[in-house]
Design a protein around this ligand. Sequence first.
Ligand SMILES: [Zn+2]
Length: 311
Amino acid sequence: MNWLTNFVRPKIRALVRKTEVPDNLWHKCPSCGQMLFHRDLEANLHLCQHCGCHLRLPAKKRLAMLFDDGVCTAIELPKTPADPLRFRDRQRYSERLKDAQNKTANGDAIQVAHGKIGGHGAVVAAFDFEFMGGSMGMAVGEALVAAAKLAVLQQAALIAVPASGGARMQEGILSLMQMPRTTLAVEDVKEAGLPYLVILTDPTTGGVTASFAMLGDVAIAEPGAVVGFAGARVIAETIREQLPDGFQRAEYLLDHGMVDMVVPRHRLRETLARLLDLLRRPDPPAEVLRLPLPEAAGAASHDDGPRAGQD
Ligand SMILES: [Zn+2]
């Protein structure tokens, strides 16, 4: 009826309306503060091109970057009861779960896939920090048990890639029970004589650190990753002392013997392949030579046969 409201107003609105920009096109580097375009990030394995900071990686991309040619088969994970305690804080746990599932398009905070790494069979369990802080509840525990069983079944290596705030408090004791369960699951892999490797990514804390994450045959960490049980602030407040620089960071843990190697993200696959080569090679890579014995010991034991390098 009124041409002013029906015709002119929408036109003016259209003119002054801000063009809508999706909010996920740009990311801010948590280390240097530079703005990073999402395409650049994806092309660069989610590394900041300005300072090399390792940003968090979704589980799906983590799986794709670890397997040969990015080829892997994701397995369907066992179903677990949702919200067994009917937990509620500001929001129902069941609603939180649904929100996280919609946001990440994952069932829970973990994905498991199998394929080849450097030609060796491998099962990888990768965490998704975006899903409720990668917290470990029943679904995550069950997925790790399934991954360990699959590794034993396929006689393949098991590789865990945690990125977790720890136990999922909404599942109370049931989430704490996943610590011994996952510990036993990786023990099964070790008992079967198969390698179990862990790639500690930012952050690996709480109950995850206190269980399967620290049990790898080789503990690999990404540069700058925070790995620890209690948070640095809690520790500083408890012991009332200033903590050293880089406390709980991967490099600090390497210096103090908590991790074996710190490997940049783009070299992870080749490092895994090399480790699996070493751990799974059926024969030694070269002829086995006996170490030359010290002179006295050599003279004392004639029945040892000829020594290396003496014929
Ligand atoms: Zn940066």
